[in-house]
Design a protein. Structure first.
Length: 121
C-alpha cells in the first residue's frame, strides 16, 4: 500500500495538470477566434465549469482521504502537512476559477433580479 500511494498522488496531480491545460487551451482558442456563436461560447463555459466542479469534488475527496490516512496512522505528520497543503492550494485555485467564471454573468443576473423585483411590485 505504501508503494502505491505516491503513484496515486502523482497520477492525480498529472490529471489535474492535464485538465487545467485543456481548460487553458479552450479559453485561449475561444479568445483568439473570430468570434463564434453564443451557443458555442455557452457550451464551452458549461463544459469548463462542469470540469472545474468535477475537479473540486475530487480534490475535496482527496483532502478527506489524506486526513483519514493521517488519523489512521498511515501518514506521518510531515507527509500529511505537505499533501494537505498541496491539495488545499489546488482546491483554492479551482474555487478561484469557478468564482472568476461567474463574474461575466453577474451583471446579467442583477438585471434579471431587478426586473423581477420591479414586475412584482
Amino acid at each position: 500500500m505504501t508503494e502505491i500511494l505516491p503513484w496515486f498522488f502523482i497520477v492525480f496531480a498529472a490529471l489535474g495538470v492535464v485538465g487545467w491545460l485543456v481548460s487553458l487551451w479552450q479559453s485561449l482558442s475561444l479568445a483568439l477566434s473570430d468570434g463564434g456563436t453564443v451557443q458555442t461560447q455557452a457550451q464551452l463555459t458549461t463544459d469548463v465549469r462542469r470540469a472545474l466542479l468535477s475537479e473540486k469534488e475530487a480534490l475535496l475527496g482527496e483532502i478527506q482521504d489524506v486526513a483519514f490516512e493521517h488519523d489512521a496512522g498511515k501518514l506521518s505528520d510531515a507527509d500529511f502537512e505537505d499533501l494537505n497543503e498541496k491539495l488545499r492550494t489546488q482546491a483554492r485555485r479551482v474555487l478561484y476559477e469557478l468564482d472568476e467564471g461567474t463574474e461575466a454573468f453577474r451583471g446579467e443576473a442583477e438585471e434579471l433580479i431587478a426586473q423581477r423585483l420591479a414586475d412584482g411590485r
